[in-house]
Design a protein around this ligand. Structure first.
Ligand SMILES: [Zn+2]
Ligand SMILES: [Zn+2]
Ligand SMILES: [Zn+2]
Ligand SMILES: [Zn+2]
Length: 489
């Protein structure tokens, strides 16, 4: 199943390669593309054998080929792969190939897809894309990892001889590794582990930091791409390969590492980052000014306040970012460390700065985990209000960075809803609010829940978002039944 909407055209050009362009207006939520993965595999460094069929933990080996791991629920796996090692060209290869070198499994999958006459054509668009190996060769991290974990074991395994037509060389295998890495979507296995999934059309979607589509993945790793906003004729269908809650410098760094690309999208070129000020600094020379990066000039930060215009050298800003970044890593889940960091830096950054948001998210998730485990002796209103406030701070930013249908915003609303309802119920139970005020607060909770459900309506049922929808639905029912009791519906 590899199917794209009739309202899309395939266009190929030098800058974007093969990509999809809208040929007839598409409405919000409309499905653009549905496809099964070309391959799903664990990350290179995965130490745990996974069932080749369903990708849950594996405890047994296929009896027929004696090479592929399986689980208790699955009795077979891809017939071509099995046959290749059972009686085909791979039968002379050591049976412990995968058990001893499990890191090669994503690449082995690709090699056997290319060997399979029924699947070969499907992979071609991915394999045809040129990779400039010289751009990657001198990088320590990724190149070295591929070399040790994948290239060497494959070259030594006998696969080169068993797949003569592919004329495998270390460079060809390196290029395949890079193709898999730079095109993979993160997918979640049923046991909760993250894996990488490569999709033929998915891989051809160009990146934009403000995506106009949403990627939905169900439990079988099938991808559905739908429109996040209405798309006019001529619009390029794109997705985002970065985390929208990162600031421009962080996103660009990540894109450079993972895809060797420089993004010049509307958000990257906007120093205010869509008016969120996620990378803005507090001006040191005037009371209410904020400084933004002069992207086209020196790269220094300049106060936006026309009467001030003070300059902050880029080196100073970067030094501070690095310092806070390392402190965040150092904080290692320690609540007081995050609170100290926040108190220390609130005066230096815009309240929406990505580093402050990161710190706040850390604090909110610690408070939530603590509430779940009941580890705070006194689930006091002060801490609950703090959680509500922190979750609330994130909402406008999430709303702004991913316009239209946004899972990021839906999840942020859900987190806010949980904290808000918990606080409201406690306030009512302890008599801080009367019936009328309680009903008014519940009405607010109801509208938050409905907004979140609205954003998730196009997600498949059998997906993490599908379960979230159910969870929010239950919360909404509870809110409505309380509203029946205490207020007027
Ligand atoms: Zn299985
Ligand atoms: Zn087998
Ligand atoms: Zn960008
Ligand atoms: Zn200023």
């Amino acid at each position: 199943m590899q199917d794209y909407s009739e309202k899309l055209n395939v266009v190929t050009n030098e800058k974007l390669g093969r990509h999809l362009v809208v040929s007839e207006r598409i409405e919000l939520g409309e499905t653009l593309l549905e496809e099964q993965p070309l391959l799903v595999a664990p990350h290179w460094e995965c130490g745990q054998l996974k069932c080749s069929q369903c990708l849950q933990e594996s405890y047994i080996i296929c009896r027929k080929c004696q090479v592929y791991p399986l689980c208790m629920d699955c009795s077979d796996h891809d017939a071509f792969e099995c046959e290749f090692f059972a009686s085909g060209a791979g039968s002379r290869i050591s049976k412990d190939l995968l058990v001893k070198n499990y890191n090669i499994c994503a690449l082995l999958k690709l090699l056997l897809l290319l060997e399979n006459p029924d699947k070969r054509d499907l992979c071609q668009p991915l394999v045809d894309r040129p990779i400039k190996l010289e751009d990657y060769r001198n990088e320590d991290g990724m190149w070295q990892e591929h070399e040790e974990q994948v290239v060497r074991p494959i070259m030594a395994s006998g696969l080169v001889e068993a797949l003569p037509e592919q004329q495998l060389t270390p460079d060809i295998i390196h290029a395949h590794c890079i193709r898999i890495d730079s095109n993979a979507f993160e997918v979640t296995a049923r046991d909760g582990d993250t894996l990488k999934g490569v999709y033929v059309w998915g891989a051809s979607l160009p990146h934009h930091c403000v995506p106009n589509t949403v990627v939905a993945l169900d439990e079988q790793f099938n991808m559905k791409l739908y429109a996040a906003v209405p798309l006019d004729t001529g619009a390029i269908v794109h997705t985002s390969y970065t985390n929208p809650l990162m600031g421009t410098s962080q996103r660009q760094h990540q894109l450079c590492l993972s895809r060797h690309m420089d993004c010049a999208c509307s958000r990257c070129l906007d120093p205010t980052e869509l008016n969120t000020h996620m990378s803005s600094m507090k001006c040191r020379d005037c009371p209410n000014g904020y400084a933004v990066c002069e992207l086209l000039g020196t790269g220094d930060w300049r106060c936006l306040n026309a009467d001030c215009g003070a300059l902050m050298p880029a080196v100073d800003v970067h030094e501070l970012l690095t310092e806070v970044g390392s402190a965040l890593v150092e904080a290692k889940g320690e609540l007081s460390a995050y609170e100290d960091l926040l108190a220390q830096h609130q005066q230096l950054f815009h309240p929406n700065h990505f580093l402050l948001l990161d710190i706040k998210q850390n604090i909110a998730s610690i408070l939530r985990a603590a509430a779940l485990m009941n580890s705070l002796n006194d689930p006091c209103k002060k801490l609950l209000s703090r959680r509500v406030e922190l979750c609330g701070d994130l909402l406008p930013v999430c709303r702004a960075v991913v316009p239209g249908i946004s899972k990021l915003y839906a999840i942020a609303l859900f987190e806010y809803l949980l904290a808000f309802v918990e606080l409201t119920e406690l306030q009512f139970a302890e008599g801080d609010v009367d019936k009328k005020e309680y009903a008014a607060l519940l009405m607010r909770a109801r509208s938050v829940a409905k907004e979140a459900l609205d954003l998730l309506q196009f997600e498949p049922e059998n997906s993490a978002e599908g379960f979230l929808t159910e969870r929010i639905g239950m919360e909404l029912e509870r809110i409505e039944s309380d509203l029946m009791k205490y207020g007027k519906l």
